[in-house]
Design a protein around this ligand. Structure first.
Ligand code: CUA
Length: 352
């Protein structure tokens, strides 16, 4: 009878140590390491709140200790003139001080909220659509559809328009700015800006089902010239391979179940000119939009919205049985003979 309990305890210890290790990982995003003006504001406010809370705890702690000591020495009996002083202490400490502190914080929070929600002016706009459990990313007017990666130019405010295809999600890049919810039938706006080029990890911050925790994305901030290069590369459709393993992989992609849900621009989903707002009122151009667009899949950081790094081994594992990597995701196991699988992997990794 003791065995399952011990097993449970071991598992709990493993989970706890995993959480601690995760929290200590240096690449874990933290609001206390801001990399953009929005996060810098939040960070300042956070430290101010922390300092005030810590000071209040210290003062209260000291008062509790003093009163315990006084009680032990039986000096609690009220002497002449002390009562008035005690009443004042209660009024100042219990009413005046909290009102002043909370009002000051409230004004500062309102100021920050106003600054954070201010529109960035007419610059770059990116549309992000939440799905269980991945992010569709579109660049309106630029013929670009990608997934789980938002590329932006560093040093410039970028407007992000957010909506969802299914349930509530929340877009959060702790090092860049605060959270904004993705609500069905509504478009929310937020501004994101990174001070310097870098890859900033984002996380869905609203519980949205089984794989909420593996609904990760990356904001890739690039120098303006690198960003322009990325844009011009992403606007290209796939260049058709004429022969070899990659061409066989393309055939395997079209012949298998993959192409029923995933699109590769120019292969099974020609993107009409001027589109990019299909999820914002205009119907999508084809049916192959139920899963991440794969047009430039080979250049992406991760597979399965941050589930595993993007490499050949992980990709093969994902195609054969993504359920073992990200249980509950909507991709069924794909049955392919080894030769076709090898060709398919070569094709997908060639899409850069
Ligand atoms: Cu999407 Cu949590």
């Amino acid at each position: 009878m003791a065995k399952p309990r011990r097993g449970l305890a071991v598992r709990a210890a493993l989970v706890a140590s995993g959480l601690v290790a995760g929290a200590c990982t240096s690449d874990a995003p933290a609001i206390t390491r801001p990399a953009g003006p929005g996060a810098a504001r939040i960070n300042t406010l956070w430290w101010l709140m922390f300092a005030i809370s810590a000071a209040v705890i210290v003062v209260i702690g000291v008062m509790v200790l003093l009163s315990i000591r006084a009680a032990r020495r039986r000096t609690l009996a009220v002497r002449d003139g002390e009562e008035r002083w005690q009443k004042r202490l209660v009024v100042i400490g219990g009413v005046v001080f909290p009102v002043v502190v909370l009002t000051t914080l409230w004004v500062l929070v309102l100021q920050d909220m106003r600054a954070l929600s201010a529109p960035p002016g007419r610059r770059l706009t990116v549309d992000v659509v939440g799905h269980q459990w991945w992010w569709e990313v579109r660049y309106p007017g630029q013929h670009i559809v990608t997934a789980n990666e938002v590329h932006i130019p560093a040093g410039q405010p970028v407007e992000i328009r957010l909506t969802t295809e299914d349930v509530l999600h929340s877009f959060w890049v702790p090092q860049l700015t605060g959270k904004t919810d993705l609500i069905a039938g509504k478009v929310n706006h937020m501004t994101v800006e990174a001070d310097h080029p870098g890859v900033y990890r984002g996380q869905c911050a609203e519980f949205c089902g089984l794989q909420h925790a593996l609904m990760i994305f990356y904001v890739v901030a690039q120098s303006p010239s690198d960003f322009r290069t990325w844009i011009s590369n992403e606007s290209r459709s796939e260049s058709t391979p004429s022969s070899g393993l990659v061409a066989e992989g393309r055939q395997a992609f079209l012949a298998s179940a993959c192409s029923a849900c995933h699109a590769v621009q120019g292969v099974n989903e020609p993107l009409p000119p001027g589109s990019g707002l299909s999820r914002f009122g205009i119907p999508p151009p084809s049916t192959a939009v139920y899963a991440p667009d794969l047009t430039h899949f080979g250049s992406r950081v991760s597979i399965g919205a941050g589930a595993v790094p993007n490499n050949r081994g992980n990709l093969a594992g994902w195609v054969i049985d993504s359920q073992s990597i990200k249980p509950g995701n909507y991709m069924p196991p794909i049955q392919l003979d080894p030769k076709d699988l090898q060709a398919l992997i070569a094709y997908l990794e060639s899409l850069k």
